[in-house]
Design a protein around this ligand. Sequence first.
Ligand SMILES: [Zn+2]
Length: 191
Amino acid sequence: MGLFDTILLDPPITCPNCGRTLELQTKHFEPGMVSYRIGSIITYSPVLSGILTEDLFCHDCYKAERDHRVDVWLVVWHSILVGVERSEQAAEARLASIDRVDLIRWIDEAQRAERTWRSRFRSFYRDVSRWHEHVHHPEPDDEDGDDTERSRRRSMRAFFSLPKEILDTPDPLATILSNHNETSEESDGMF
Ligand SMILES: [Zn+2]
């Protein structure tokens, strides 16, 4: 079947015949298994600005032997995907209506997404590092020093160790991976 790119829409496109959510995939953009959204810069767009037709396929309607093709119009403006419309007229209107406010919104979304992913990466890296420490440098249960010294070391360990609710699970590394799974958090930002 070859490579394609996926366009993620919010809300997604649904089949006009059965209401099923349809996946929008295209080979228009020098496909490379990339996910695009409205506001994404298309790395290799065949047009700088223009409208591309695409048709989607509804499996449920195909199986039910109904009309199963759904036409969409992809709108590209200065290599940015600015819209996915259901008619040529709507696509023309979208192409003519791009405003600086649209650009600001997409910049805002991209910057928020960048912050979200940076923070998710830091949090994941911290947990994996702590797990690595736990496995390769387990802290000895030392009794040296006075009470104050032992208590200071204990609180340092608590600060740099994985929380008990992770360490007490049968497979802490699996728990870390599950906690940081891409789909485990509701907001993954845009792009
Ligand atoms: Zn359908």
